[in-house]
Design a protein around this ligand. Structure first.
Ligand code: GRF
Length: 213
C-alpha cells in the first residue's frame, strides 16, 4: 500500500462476450463513486461484442482475446490472465462471459472471481436460465451474484434478488425484468466486496459491516 488513495484503489476487470449491460452497470457505478474501485479493463473473447465500444466510450481500457486463436482452454485463459496482470486487476467480474474458466484461471484469482446469473441459484444453472424458469412454471425467479468455483454457476452466493414471473410473460419480458434487477444487484455486491463487508465461510457469505459483532 502506498497510502495514495488513487493507486491503492481496487481495480476490477470485467469479462464479457456480448452486449455488456451488466459491465456498464459496474463501470457506471464505479465512475459515479458508488463502488470504491476502478474499472481496470474490459476483456471480450468476441471482437464484435457491443460492450467493448461502450466501455471505450467511458474511457475504460479494452482488450479482445479471441478464444478461436488458442488451441485449448488453458492457452486461452493464460492469455486472458496476462491481460489482467498487465492492467493490475485484483478482481474479475464475469458479466455475460460465455466461456468456462479453467482450474488454472480460478486458481490465479482465488475467491476473487464473481459472476452474475439470471436465476435464483441453485435453480436453473447454465444457458437460457429465464427460459428454464418459464418452462418450469415458477412464480418467482430472479438473479444471483456468486463467487466462481470450478462447477458451473455453483460457487458461494453473495446476493440474490427475487423477480416475479407474470402470467403473460414470455422469455424476453422476464429476461428484461430480471436484467433490471441484475443492474442493481451486481454493483451493490461489488460495493460490498470492496468495502470488505463480505465474509466467506464455506458456502455461506455474510455481509458484515464494521460495527457488526
Ligand atoms: C445477463 O443476463 C447475465 O445474468 C448473464 O448473461 C447476461 C449478460 O447480459 N450471465 P449483458 O451482456 O450484461 O447485457
Amino acid at each position: 500500500m502506498s497510502g495514495d488513495p488513487v493507486t491503492d484503489a481496487g481495480r476490477f476487470a470485467v469479462l464479457i462476450s456480448g452486449r455488456g449491460s451488466n459491465m456498464l452497470s459496474l463501470v457506471n457505478a464505479a465512475q459515479a463513486g458508488r463502488i470504491p474501485a476502478l474499472p481496470a479493463v474490459v476483456i471480450s473473447n468476441v471482437a464484435a461484442a457491443p460492450g467493448l465500444a461502450a466501455a471505450s466510450d467511458l474511457g475504460v481500457p479494452t482488450a479482445v482475446v479471441d478464444h478461436r486463436a488458442s488451441a485449448n482452454r488453458e492457452e486461452h485463459d493464460g492469455k486472458v490472465l496476462q491481460v489482467l496482470t498487465e492492467h493490475g486487476a485484483d478482481l474479475v467480474c464475469l458479466a455475460g462471459y460465455t466461456r468456462l474458466l479453467s482450474p488454472d484461471f480460478i486458481g490465479a484469482y482465488p475467491g476473487r472471481i464473481l459472476n452474475i446469473h439470471p436465476s435464483l441459484l441453485p435453480a436453473f444453472p447454465g444457458l437460457h436460465a429465464q427460459r428454464q424458469a418459464m418452462e418450469h412454471g415458477v412464480k418467482i425467479s430472479g438473479c444471483t451474484v456468486h463467487f466462481v468455483d470450478e462447477q458451473l454457476d455453483h460457487g458461494p452466493i453473495v446476493a440474490q434478488a427475487a423477480v416475479p414471473v407474470q402470467d403473460d410473460d414470455d422469455e424476453d419480458l422476464l429476461a428484461a425484468r430480471i436484467l433490471e434487477a441484475e443492474h442493481r444487484l451486481y454493483p451493490e455486491a461489488l460495493r460490498r466486496y470492496y468495502l470488505g463487508h463480505l465474509v466467506v465461510s464455506g458456502r455461506r457469505v455474510r455481509i458484515q459491516e464494521p460495527d457488526d459483532e
